[in-house]
Design a protein around this ligand. Structure first.
Ligand code: 26V
Length: 756
């Protein structure tokens, strides 16, 4: 049926109005209903094997635009709305952003679902439906405050399936209700599913911030993603969440296996489970439990599961590698405890090294060790990351199972991160090389033919300028901050973590501030833009946000500095803000301490939108540098091998921040944290704690790379002035970004791991 007629039917039925008389809210709801129906009607891709991508997070972002694109209806709908005198962008503003993820890991899962569907592969996501999300970030008194993010509305992308599963917790059962969202594939007429489990009677949002009764599992299990794990109740709640997700997910898998006409002995032939980090790792013992209940012997069950599960590691940070006390598991899911003990005994037979054990001498269950022993594939997410896993962090496992280890460099869906978020740039690319790069992103290299084409280079600058102006309007509307679109937009957007070194960027701001106060202005005005949420219990990260907001305020109030240097921190940075900001970025800050950022994916999105990377040789930055060549990226900082040595005590080489603090320039910058100017708006205790930490500890070595960072960033600011040379760098970055399409990544997962 004609799109127009369908829209008229929906708006008449729901609101008793014709579309042209509806407000944006009503039009949004009508489009949601229509798009949801069209996506839902699509059949699943065919295939003898089916993938289940298990993840605690799916940071999908708003879905209307994306789904219209995948359904091939975007242009038609836009025209239809125009014929009614309406604007699709304004309608899309009405959509709330699902708050189902935290950062890179969750956004990667969303990009992967998009690519799996676009490639016509049969694969569903499995996760949880968090009612109040991570949290909504507010700024008050130059500090982060967390409030619930109740993003769900009566009409949403989620459809009740009517299916539910009983999850047997120690002492009580809980029903897991299944909600589905369709994931339509671009370039085909199929759709996969995102399966999200939920409790039957979710709690109301807490009234004061994000504090709630963490022992009320029955009502609060799906309230928040990553509830504060500062106490045992919080840690236990996370284990409850994880078991809820994997037990219901495993039951769904076995039910579908039977529906597809296969028996439990055939699980591994027809099923792949990708375990996204260790949050879903309990799926291994849970599936073993369910298979033995269906009559398989322990040997058979372990054999099936070990040929079904594959594990992706996303971090080498020790504090993020999950280890749960066995007594937690005994309380949450006592039926898993004997299975995990059995898995531990068997693993010790293969490898007696206690450092490779699943259950250690302190009674902790090492989730990653279980994945590696009982999964058939272990992958890192960028070439350097996988090398570090193989040579250092997981060396003993790699010696044991060399054939399991493989690399899958991350990617991002260019449908969302170029086509949808940057139509002007997409139009320019299409005019240069035609539309075929969409299905074969490697073809973006064709843009290199235009490297000496002045009209294309000029157009590229115009597109960037208009994206900057658009972002300025959006930020003014949201936060009342008025930025200068003619300044350099220097952008650092990612979770707040000390290893990502937002504090080093703040020290650069201090350096510039002091220079400008001393009468030395930069060659070009610079606006340093941050977007970041800090984990609610991560004190140092919150201090860093406080420092950034104080610097923002200090400079706002200083008419001598303002024309040359600005700081802006975006409140509640999320996917929607990323889509606004990434097209507007000139410089992409990727300045983690080498070896610590597994991959990064913002680096790829920014590159594809013509930002030039300023980064360390860490994560996927290494691959970006190789692709674009030294003239098109600014790199600096200690090599990962050196950093790894600095963490070891061998030969007295251990990093000592004081050695770097006691140099004339660095000391002045760090001590500025205690300056009267900053204390005017700042919290003396917080700033002093941050000062003490950087000076005396600096665990992620910001001071090690600071001087080189400042001089390389100054070089970038100088070279920005040569507009044509800069436009060439932009063009090379866009042209080489095709490698970082998640379509490429997913093809590699399928060829090497999934075999769908
Ligand atoms: C760790 C923690 C620690 C305590 C607070 C809550 C929390 C939540 C998640 C995690 C796991 C962190 C793993 C992670 O997000 N890794 C990121 O994965 C991206 C996709 O592969 C990658 O691009 C980033 O470099 C990597 O940091």
């Amino acid at each position: 049926m004609d799109l127009k007629v369908q829209m008229e039917q929906i708006t008449q039925e729901r609101f008793g109005l014709l579309p042209e008389r509806c407000d944006d809210r009503q039009l949004y709801e009508a489009l949601l209903v229509l798009t949801r129906r069209l996506a839902q009607e699509r059949p699943a891709p065919e295939g003898e094997r089916k993938l289940y991508y298990f993840s605690a997070e799916f940071l999908v972002g708003k879905l209307l635009d994306n789904n219209l694109l995948a359904l091939g209806l975007r242009d038609q709908v836009r025209e239809l709305l125009t014929s009614w005198g309406r604007d699709l962008n304004a309608v899309e503003e009405q959509e709330p952003e699902p708050s189902l993820g935290n950062g890179g890991l969750g956004r990667l899962a969303a990009c992967f679902l998009d690519s799996i569907a676009a490639l016509g592969l049969r694969g569903d996501g499995v996760g949880l439906n968090y009612h109040y999300g991570l949290f909504h970030q507010k700024f008050a008194d130059n500090k982060q405050r967390e409030v619930p993010d109740p993003w769900m509305e009566p009409e949403s992308w989620l459809i009740p399936t009517g299916k539910s599963y009983t999850v047997p917790f120690g002492g009580f059962d809980l029903t897991a209700k299944l909600w589905d969202a369709a994931v339509p594939g671009a370039y085909n007429d199929k759709a996969n599913r995102l399966h999200l489990f939920d409790v039957e009677s979710p709690a109301q949002p807490p009234e004061n911030g994000i504090d709630f009764d963490k022992t009320d599992i029955v009502h609060h299990l799906t309230s928040f993603l990553y509830p504060d794990d500062g106490d045992d109740a919080g840690r236990l709640l996370r284990v409850y969440q994880q078991y809820f997700m994997v037990s219901a997910g495993a039951q769904l898998i076995l039910e579908e296996l039977e529906e597809r006409g296969y028996g439990p002995h055939q699980l591994a032939d027809h099923t792949v489970i990708q375990i996204n980090d260790t949050h879903p790792s309990m799926v291994i013992p849970e599936l073993i439990r369910l298979l033995t209940a269906k009559g398989l012997t322990m040997d058979e069950a372990i054999g099936q599961v070990s040929r079904t599960c594959a594990y992706t590691n996303h971090t080498i940070l020790a504090e993020a590698l999950e280890k749960w006390p066995m007594h937690f598991i005994e309380r949450v899911a006592p039926q898993l405890a004997p299975i995990i003990r059995e898995l531990d005994w068997r693993a010790r037979e293969v490898c007696p090294d206690p450092a490779a054990a699943i259950l250690d001498e302190h009674g902790l269950v090492h989730m990653a060790h279980m994945d590696i022993h009982y999964g058939y594939s272990v992958n890192g997410v960028a070439a350097l990351h996988t090398e570090i896993l193989k040579r250092v962090e997981l060396k003993r496992f790699c010696d044991l199972y060399p054939q399991k280890f493989n690399n899958k460099t991350n990617g991002v869906t260019l449908r969302r991160w170029l086509e949808a978020c940057n139509p002007d740039l997409t139009g320019l690319i299409d005019r240069c090389i035609g539309p075929d790069w969409r299905q074969d992103p490697g073809r973006l290299v064709g843009l290199l033919d235009f490297i000496d084409n002045d009209r294309v280079l000029e157009h590229l600058l115009v597109v960037k300028q208009s994206a900057k102006e658009r972002f300025c309007r959006q930020l003014r509307d949201a936060q009342g901050i008025d930025l200068d679109p003619n300044s350099i937009f220097d952008v650092q957007i990612k979770r707040l973590h000390e290893y990502k070194r937002q504090q080093m960027n703040a020290l650069y701001v201090i350096q510039k501030y002091l220079e400008i106060k001393a009468g030395r202005t930069p060659e070009h005005p610079v606006t340093v833009i941050f977007g970041a949420k800090a984990a609610p219990a991560y004190v140092m990260a919150k201090h860093i946000i406080h420092l950034i907001l104080c610097l923002q305020k200090l400079i706002e109030n200083d008419p001598a500095v303002r024309p040359w240097l600005r700081v802006a921190m975006v409140e509640n940075y999320n996917v929607t803000w990323a889509e606004r900001l990434i097209p507007a970025a000139d410089i992409s800050e990727q300045i983690s301490l080498a070896s610590k950022e597994a991959s990064g994916t913002g680096n790829m999105k920014l590159m594809a939108n013509g930002a030039v990377t300023l980064g360390t040789m860490d994560g996927a930055n290494v691959e970006i540098a190789e692709l674009v060549g030294p003239g098109n990226i600014y790199t600096f900082g200690a090599h990962s091998d050196r950093v790894i040595r600095l963490y070891n005590d061998k030969g007295g080489q251990r990093y000592r921040s004081l050695d770097y603090y006691h140099t004339p320039r660095v000391e002045r910058l760090v001590d500025f944290l205690l300056s009267p100017e900053l204390l005017e708006t700042g919290d003396a205790k917080a700033l002093a704690a941050l000062w003490r930490d950087i000076k005396g500890k600096d665990w992620f070595m910001a001071l090690l790379d600071l001087e080189e960072y400042i001089s390389v960033k100054d070089l970038a600011v100088r070279q920005y002035g040569d507009r044509k040379a800069w436009a060439r760098k932009m063009l090379v970055n866009i042209a080489k970004s095709g490698y970082f399409s998640s379509d490429r990544t997913i093809k590699q997962y399928n060829e090497d791991i999934w075999h769908l």
